[in-house]
Design a protein around this ligand. Structure first.
Ligand code: C2O
Ligand code: CU
Length: 425
């Protein structure tokens, strides 16, 4: 590709390895096989938004809203999205965060495509193979463009219901222009309808860079998926905080109690509170409730990979102060993988704020946390959230050839150097 796009912080080492498979050599999109097609159009533009509190603010929007329209499709459908850029001067792209798709559709400016300049368009096309909660955002100068509003929700509904629920809501937690906390675009929190006895699947998407500590008051709940991938177990959870890192998604399931009120709320920010039902709002949980522990899940699923399996390659990535192994951007050698290999990555966070490490185009299996194997449900995710002092081992199968980014999804950190590539030999 001619690299006229630019990921805002020096294009990473995509082209540095001569042998790497480039996206444009790969098929543009999978050939149609009679699956239903869903067409969408998203126009990126500068807009003055009038918020629910009457205030006006400038934003960069998709179809004049931020977040952009919620795209809901069914598992197995072919998704075609035409992105047009009206007037975003530095160009835009759309990255389908968490979706496993061909590299050419991954939307990384300067790596998988050129940025879409004002007056231009680009059509993305992929099959929504994996049901779950995803989101989309511009991946041209992500930290600026996502921060100014170029984000939205993508929900892939399962063909066959994976859990039983009456209501399905998706919610974006967003920080617009570094100062406005929005819940699905609202400044004062969100109210959702749910009657006693109704079960609710709530899909929480953290489109902001900072970790959000989320609690649920008024009902027992269960986390049923992380990053769109179903968890098997455990039972109901009480009084535990769920830490949702930048870019991560957690789906929670609960039944509205007879009181008819449940509150899903952020530890720090009132604007990110979600009230379900009507009437008075239940008291929040105590501030010192224990942290959500995702090492303790129910029965493992059969998944063909065990903790002691042999890895073809092992990489150690030490997360420092906005660097990886003491290096930044293209100084960080790409992870070189061969198709079919199982790759293990050891992430070690030595010092500083949390890092949600995100991999494009693949799912990690989380193997260990601080040296201990995960005992419950396998956890597959497109990111792993590390707090200072923590160490995780994750594995993924190199089953999607191309050029893929691996970066911290605190987008400010990514823009300061915590950005590298995974390339196929
Ligand atoms: Cu939301 Cu490179 O990612
Ligand atoms: Cu980080």
């Amino acid at each position: 590709p001619n690299h006229t796009g630019h990921e805002g912080h020096g294009t990473p080492a995509a082209g540095d390895s001569a042998a790497a498979v480039s996206c444009t050599e790969l098929k543009e999109a999978e050939p149609a096989a009679g699956e239903p097609v869903r067409n969408f159009e998203l126009t990126a533009a500068k807009t003055v938004l009038t918020l629910d509190n009457g205030k006006r603010t400038e934003a960069w929007t998709f179809n004049e809203t931020s977040p952009g329209p919620e795209l809901r499709v069914k598992e197995g459908e072919r998704v075609k999205v035409t992105l047009a850029n009206r007037d975003i001067g530095k160009g835009v792209t759309i990255h389908w965060h968490g979706v496993i798709l061909p590299c050419s559709q991954d939307g990384v400016a300067g790596v998988t495509q050129d940025a879409v300049w004002p007056g231009e368009q680009f059509t993305y096309e992929f099959i929504a193979r994996h049901p779950g909660t995803y989101w989309y955002h511009s991946h041209q100068q992500s930290s600026e463009q996502a921060g100014k509003g170029l984000v939205g929700r993508l929900i892939v509904e399962p063909k066959q219901s994976d859990f039983d629920y009456d209501l399905d809501y998706a919610v974006t937690l967003q920080m617009l222009n570094d100062k406005l906390k929005l819940t699905n675009g609202r400044t004062d929190g969100l109210r959702l309808d749910a009657a006693p006895g109704e079960s609710v699947r709530l899909r929480l998407i953290n489109a902001y860079s900072e970790v959000q500590w989320i609690g649920v008051a008024g009902a027992e709940f269960r986390v049923i998926s992380i990053d769109g991938q179903v968890l098997n177990g455990p039972g109901a959870i009480r009084e535990q905080w769920i830490p949702i890192g930048g870019g991560q998604r957690y789906d929670v399931l609960f039944t509205m109690p007879a009181s008819g009120q449940v509150k899903v709320y952020s530890k720090e920010h009132k604007a990110w509170n979600i009230r379900l039902g009507s009437g008075p709002i239940p008291e929040p949980l105590s501030k010192d409730a224990p942290q959500f522990d995702f090492t303790n899940y129910g029965t493992p699923l059969a998944d063909g990979i065990t903790n002691d399996m042999k890895f073809d390659r092992v990489y150690d990535l030490k997360l420092g102060i906005l660097d990886i192994n003491g290096k930044k951007f293209h100084e960080i050698p790409p992870l070189l993988v061969k198709e079919g290999e199982w790759i293990k990555i050891r992430f070690k966070h030595t010092f500083g704020g949390p890092h949600p490490m995100h991999l494009h185009g693949h799912l990690f299996k989380i193997l260990t946390k601080n040296g201990k194997p995960l005992t419950g449900s396998p956890i597959y995710a497109d990111s792993v959230l590390l707090f200072s002092g923590e160490e995780y081992e994750v594995a993924f199968q190199a089953n999607n050839p191309g050029l893929w980014m691996e970066h911290c999804h605190n987008l400010g950190h990514a823009a300061n150097g915590m950005t590298m590539m995974v390339n196929y030999e």
